[in-house]
Design a protein around this ligand. Structure first.
Ligand SMILES: [Zn+2]
Length: 272
């Protein structure tokens, strides 16, 4: 089968194994079915803004034109840096969007993503956010009424914990560094300032995520869609937003949002 479409972030569903789906034009295709099979993703040379659909030469914020980068609420500075959120002051790019996405409950969490890291996410983005980062385990440390407060707590905790995923290691080892998240959370608690203690989240449930991967590569070769054009080989697995080939080549689907591609793979009938 062959499909031409514009790449966008994979949708994921947490089951015994995480299930991944790519929207290919008007249909959504489950990617797990191609694990162990040959796939090919070819860049058409076209980039189309995920916000306004205009054809562009360079994309910003994983798939947007410069105008959309500067105006859409989805690409506001507080998306990457929650502590910059001003929605609680009534300042926003889009009132309705910010009321739903910034002035709603947020979590500060600890996760195991090739290292131990701290992060912030909207309550409704759980477990999507953890899947997108390739976390094998996560625990909620604080619950706040808005994005800004969660960002402030994260900033305070960045002195003790990483805030970035070690993605190369996450793809190589399966993120299985040995860490006791409940213990780390207690350590975190002792570092919270009195102002933030009221947001501490008592529930110590650890969420475990299992990714569909047959073999972790020994060496990671990040694929650059602009330079290499064709991503081709046997699909060994999927983790975070990466397709992992047997050769160790990895394609970050999210990074190349807005890129036009042609996807080819055996149709399922062929594989039996
Ligand atoms: Zn645009």
């Amino acid at each position: 089968m062959q499909k031409q479409f514009t790449l966008s972030k994979m949708r994921a569903q947490n089951e015994q194994l995480v299930r991944y789906f790519i929207t290919m034009g008007d249909t959504e295709i489950e990617m797990n079915q191609y694990i162990g099979k040959k796939i090919k993703i070819e860049f058409t040379g076209k980039i189309q803004c995920l916000g306004c659909g205009r054809e562009i030469r360079k994309s910003f914020h994983q798939g947007y034109c410069y105008t959309c980068l500067m105006t859409l609420p989805e690409t506001a500075p507080c998306i990457l840096n929650p502590e910059l959120c001003e929605a609680h002051l009534g300042i926003w790019r889009n009132k309705e969007w910010s009321e739903k996405n910034c002035l709603s409950p947020h979590f500060v969490y600890l996760s195991n993503t090739g290292n131990l890291k701290v992060g912030v996410t909207r309550e409704s983005q759980i477990p999507t956010r953890w899947i997108d980062q390739g976390a094998s385990q996560a625990i909620i440390a604080a619950k706040t009424p808005n994005r800004f407060t969660a960002g402030q707590i994260e900033v305070a905790l960045k002195k003790i914990f990483y805030d970035k995923t070690n993605w190369q290691r996450m793809l190589k080892t399966g993120g299985d560094i040995s860490v006791d998240l409940q213990k780390e959370k207690q350590k975190l608690k002792t570092k919270l300032s009195p102002d933030f203690m009221k947001y501490f989240f008592e529930d110590n449930t650890i969420t475990e995520l299992k990714f569909p991967i047959t073999n972790y590569p020994e060496k990671i070769l990040p694929f650059n869609i602009e330079k290499e054009k064709i991503f081709e080989g046997t699909l060994n697995g999927i983790k975070a937003q990466y397709l992992i080939l047997e050769s160790g080549k990895v394609l970050n689907i999210r990074k190349f949002g807005a890129y036009g591609v042609i996807f080819s793979a055996p149709s399922i009938a062929d594989s039996f």
